[in-house]
Design a protein around this ligand. Structure first.
Ligand SMILES: Nc1nc2c([nH]c(=O)n2[C@H]2C[C@H](O)[C@@H](COP(=O)(O)OP(=O)(O)OP(=O)(O)O)O2)c(=O)[nH]1
Ligand SMILES: [Mg+2]
Length: 133
């Protein structure tokens, strides 16, 4: 489908925690928790979108990252392909550059937060693949 929106999503891991952010109220899925990220631009490589979104939303630069999962999801109002990456090292200290609240959530507690529907599969992948250290 050519009206799919491709989204780069960063699962930023520090030991047994993942960084989550609260989506600004005025956006699609506003008020839900999310993994930082955003829309891939026309002609942009997926990795570049990941790095750019981390910088724009958190002021960090990922240096160690790998693909985790790709999810196609159809919301009533739009269809997305979430291109999800695990980020295990980065430069800088994450800050909510767009005023979004940030939280380092223990991996085992992720299901206690309200995420968009498509994120269920991401949380399952995190809990299945990430070894708690
Ligand atoms: N960033 C992010 N987006 C998600 C997640 N789960 C999920 O369904 N989405 C959807 C919601 C949005 O429709 C889309 C991401 O768009 P976005 O609003 O973050 O895009 P963006 O940062 O480029 O922002 P903008 O273009 O609206 O300024 O993907 C998630 O965990 N993180
Ligand atoms: Mg975003």
């Amino acid at each position: 489908m050519d009206n799919m929106i491709r989204v780069a999503v960063a699962v930023i891991q520090l030991r047994d925690r993942i960084l989550i952010a609260k989506r600004p109220q005025h956006l699609h899925k506003g008020g839900y928790w999310e993994f930082p990220g955003g829309k891939q631009e026309e002609g942009e490589h997926a990795e570049h979108a990941l790095i750019r979104e981390c910088f724009e939303e958190l002021a960090i630069i990922p240096v160690k990252y790998s693909p985790l999962i790709q999810i196609e999801h159809h919301y009533p109002e739009k269809s997305v392909i979430l291109d999800v990456w695990t980020v295990t090292d980065y430069l800088g200290v994450p800050q909510g550059i767009e005023g979004q609240p940030l939280l380092w959530c223990p991996i085992k507690d992720l299901e206690d937060y309200q995420f968009p529907e498509a994120n269920l599969a991401i949380i399952e992948a995190i809990q299945a693949e990430m070894i708690e250290v």
